[in-house]
Design a protein around this ligand. Structure first.
Ligand code: ZN
Length: 243
């Protein structure tokens, strides 16, 4: 795949990032988020779960508050103050009407022009199997863009005072193996490392490697992997769907 990546559009004010777990946005996307908030844009995070099934040694009821705290800290590093949790159950998030409705409601509340989500396809890079949570949340986020604009699909949202929002212009899927666009990761890179490093409890359970070295190596490799398609610059890549 050698097709050149286009710069992601910048003529927008508000984005909503919708992912399954704490840390999903810190594995690369946060460098783009830092660039966006530097430019005065508002970015809010919506997490379907609290990532409570993510640490083998911590039972979910102890894990959830730790991961929520780490997620809020990671978001703050890149200028994101609004972090919301839908409390779907980590590991068994189901694609379906409940998830679509919850995400559509959030889109109506936040009124973003850009929706960001994570790889909804079966695999990463065509070789590594994706998780059911990522697939479910990615697909539901893509579907919820249309749901948010249609008053008849979830009429209960109207009764909650949430008027249809037709203003989403793009959905940008991070981690896709079919990227079309990119954001320069240079300015946000150091903050993206600190942002991932905020998930310290998770990372220390994941690897015996020094946490900072783990974060820096992983994010450097990721940002460099698409640079040849983006004028030699380190890049955060997205598959962009226009609406
Ligand atoms: Zn995840």
């Amino acid at each position: 795949m050698t097709q050149r990546l286009e710069p992601l559009p910048t003529d927008w004010r508000r984005a909503l990032a919708v992912v399954a777990h704490p840390d999903d946005l810190e594995y690369g996307t946060a460098a783009a988020v830092a660039a966006w908030t530097d430019g005065g844009r508002e970015v809010a995070y919506l997490l379907a779960s609290r990532g409570e099934a993510g640490i083998d040694t911590l039972p979910p009821e102890e894990c959830a508050p730790v991961r929520e705290r780490e997620q809020r800290a990671g978001a703050a590093v890149v200028g994101v103050r609004t972090v919301e949790f839908l409390d779907h159950r980590d590991g068994v998030i189901e694609y379906g009407l409940d998830l679509r409705r919850d995400i559509a409601a959030a889109i109506r509340r936040h009124r973003p022009e850009l929706v960001v989500t994570l790889n909804h396809r079966d695999t990463w890079g065509q070789t590594a199997w994706n998780t059911p949570d990522h697939r479910a949340v990615g697909r539901a986020a893509l579907d919820a863009v249309a749901d948010a604009g249609n008053r008849w699909i979830f009429p209960e949202l109207l009764r909650q005072g949430l008027q249809p929002w037709h203003g989403v212009r793009w959905t940008a899927v991070a981690g896709s193996d079919r990227p079309t666009h990119a954001v320069d990761a240079t300015a946000g890179f150091e903050r993206s490392v600190r942002s991932l490093l905020e998930h310290r409890t998770y990372i220390e359970a994941l690897t015996a490697e020094d946490p900072e070295r783990y974060c820096r190596t992983l994010l450097t490799d990721l940002a460099q992997s698409a640079s040849e398609r983006f004028g030699g610059r380190p890049a955060v890549t997205f598959e962009v769907l226009a609406h």
